[in-house]
Design a protein around this ligand. Sequence first.
Ligand code: RRO
Length: 291
Amino acid sequence: SPEPVMMGGVSARNHLVLAAGVLGTCASSLSRMLRSGAGAVVTKSIGPEPRFGHPGPCLVVLEDGLMNAMGLPNPSKQFQDELSALSGEPVIVSIFGGNPEQFHEVAGWFADKAQAFELNVSCPHASGFGAQIGTNPDIVKACTEAVKEWKKPAWVKLTPNVTDITSIGKAAEEGGADAIVAINTVRAMRISTGMRRPVLGNKYGGLSGKAIFPIAVRCVYELYEACSIPIIGCGGVSCAEDVIEMMMAGAQGVEIGSAIVRDPDIFSHICKDLYAPDGISPREIVGCAHG
Ligand code: RRO
């Protein structure tokens, strides 16, 4: 196993991070991911009030990825209990809110337990959160500044559902972000032709997995040219070759989510290939695809 890796103020055990939302609501599944080789883990997004989420079906498996409309289900402040069971572990707490004050409040609940925060300014499925916030550079900057008052590393996770992702990345950087995570899910929909209705209970959802990998690579590449803080690549990474491609686009590390569905031990399997004795040194390849 490699040396500890510093990524945006977080000390991780390798370059691979469990993406937010996946197995992230309880301490036991987060710690299972760490045991199975994740370098660090991001929790399910926690917000200002408890939520049950959208009616089902809220997750469907497609040919080339997943589509979800979970609807931000989370235990809110109660998540403190789960986090206590993970003390000393590399855990990044994903948080969301409807305005900078709510981001500040939620971050405060976890400020002494989290290694870092990941600001979710990109959830596509709940009115008042995410989508509205993550498409407005001024609000992204204000939310980032609010969370940074707690003096912890703050990653900001961006939505791909914008015309110019670099303007949002630059706003996060101006707000004091320690890293940018790109990307959250892509706006999507499927219709059941047999049932003659949308397959998701919420009608619309967010697409993740292999299908969005090229979208994520382009976003990381553009952000690397526009911003000076580290970028963490997220979106469809499912093998060591994908990790290397993301790094060549400019990512210092990657997050992995959907690929866990097909291989629960994906982290150790990718580590084995990525850190093979004759492999490439990640340090030397970050951003190497840029002229
Ligand atoms: O809970 C969700 O529906 C959800 C969130 Br918070 C998010 O950030 N991204 C996503 O695809 N689903």
